[in-house]
Design a protein around this ligand. Structure first.
Ligand code: MTE
Ligand code: MO
Length: 423
């Protein structure tokens, strides 16, 4: 085989002339060099690239998982044009996905703090800006840090139901998630050569150690990567891992029942509330009073009809064991009993696969209406429930009638239902 060597093309260079984008900018006055900007302000050997890469990898996995499960939750609540219906099984689908969303979000807290700490010297580098390109690169890192922190903090604040802002949390949390994931992708692309190098040198350390005989190991050979540093690094990684495990164990019981007794920091206990089930929006909060004898459930379709409470109770009743899965990360199983939605839709002359819109007695409120898509409307487990855990539904749980369907966010399980429209 003939190897053709191409001649290197000579690019004429004029020394001393640089693009204005990379030309060094005049450094700021040294008097400003204080606090974390001081020379040697960060002395720990643990501000270290290998740690940054290894913690970064875990943070990346947690963040990506949180992003994907967040998209699932967003699209279930705001179906885009390409998602006309969602499977109604497995019944625990959304419960698992949203549980993972909130758990990985919480795990991001120690991971993000540790990652920021390992790169602290770079965040406070001097001079802060060396050139226009350097400034742009730093701005992209600033966007990344700001977006990632915003996502984690706003998510945490939301699960404890504290709303210190005037914007609509789900929408802003969703848009900033794209900013965060986009800047993470850019960051990974920019850092790819560094990451590859760190992983390569780590591997060569491991190989070197394996090939050494015990004698050679004790001859005091020192590399730039000293034994003590390596132990320190391992200690920090263990500490970060322990922090992740701790924050997970003290919160995940809000959705994982066997761990409920350990969930001391969970905002919700899954078995505390009327009829052993938590309540998000109470009847008082929704301005709902117990209905009188004139209550009727109106069903509108090809053959419209309406039912009194006694008539609803006289229809065939069915049971379903289904969880309420709040978007805020708690979930709890309960035994529900009531009328199948699909029986009402059939009686109203709905076509096969028809969807329905349910409306609550609640006058205002974001969640007073919800659309039940075809697969959920046809599912035999989708009920207009009149009973919960063997008792008539508590007013806080949506008495006289509430929707309960499998594999669905809690916000879509409308309480105090007064109307069903066949769509
Ligand atoms: N009409 C109405 N239904 C609603 C809500 C609401 O605000 N209004 N909140 C929803 C939310 S956020 C959840 S998690 C579930 C909780 O049901 P529960 O209170 O019976 O546990 O109800 C849902 N149904
Ligand atoms: Mo909820």
């Amino acid at each position: 085989m003939v190897r053709v060597r191409t001649k290197a093309v000579r690019v004429p260079t004029v020394t001393g002339v640089r693009s204005p984008l990379t030309r060094p900018l005049p450094p700021p006055t040294a008097a400003l060099r204080r606090g974390p900007f001081r020379e040697g302000a960060f002395r720990s050997p643990l501000h270290d690239r290998e740690l940054t890469v290894r913690i970064g990898r875990w943070l990346g996995i947690a963040f990506a998982t949180c992003f994907v499960t967040g998209l699932i939750s967003h699209y279930l609540q705001n179906p885009p044009f390409w998602l006309s219906s969602v499977p109604s099984r497995p019944i625990w689908g959304y419960r698992v996905s949203q549980g993972i969303h909130v758990a990985t979000g919480i795990a991001c807290v120690p991971l993000l703090l540790a990652k920021l700490w390992t790169v602290a010297p770079k965040l406070w580098s001097w001079p802060p800006v060396r050139s226009v390109v350097h400034a742009l690169e730093r701005l992209s890192v600033l966007a990344l840090v700001a977006a990632a922190n915003f996502e984690v903090v706003s998510g945490l604040v939301n699960i404890v139901q504290w709303y210190p802002w005037s914007f609509f949390f789900p929408r802003v949390h969703y848009y900033v998630a794209w900013v965060a994931i986009g800047s993470i992708a850019l960051h990974l692309a920019v850092k790819a050569p560094m990451i590859a190098e760190v992983l390569r040198t780590r591997q060569s350390h491991v190989d070197e150690q394996r090939s050494r005989t015990p004698n050679a190991q004790s001859d005091g050979l020192s590399t730039s990567d000293g034994q003590a540093d390596r132990l320190n690094r391992r200690g920090l990684l263990i500490a970060v891992g322990a922090a992740v495990a701790t924050v997970t164990v003290v919160t995940v019981g809000q959705t994982l029942r066997p761990l409920a007794p350990l969930a001391v920091l969970a905002p919700r206990k899954p078995d505390v509330g009327p009829q052993e089930l938590p309540v998000n929006r109470t009847a008082v909060g929704a301005d709902i009073r117990p209905v009188g004898p004139d209550y009727r459930l109106v069903v509108d379709g090809a053959r419209p009809f309406s039912l009194s409470l006694a008539e609803l109770r006289a229809l065939p009743q069915h049971e379903a064991e289904l969880p309420i899965t709040c978007v805020e990360g708690w979930s709890a199983n309960a035994r529900w009993r009531g009328v199948r939605l699909r029986d009402l839709l059939d009686r109203a002359g709905a076509a096969d696969g028809a969807s329905a819109r349910l409306t609550s007695l609640e006058k205002n409120g974001l969640y007073r209406q919800s659309v039940v898509d075809g697969p959920h409307a046809a599912d035999e487990l989708t009920l207009l429930a009149l009973e919960l855990n063997g008792e008539p539904l508590d007013l806080d749980h949506g008495s006289p009638v509430r929707l309960i369907a499998p594999n669905r966010p809690g916000v879509l399980q409308t309480k105090w239902v007064s109307r069903v429209d066949v769509l």
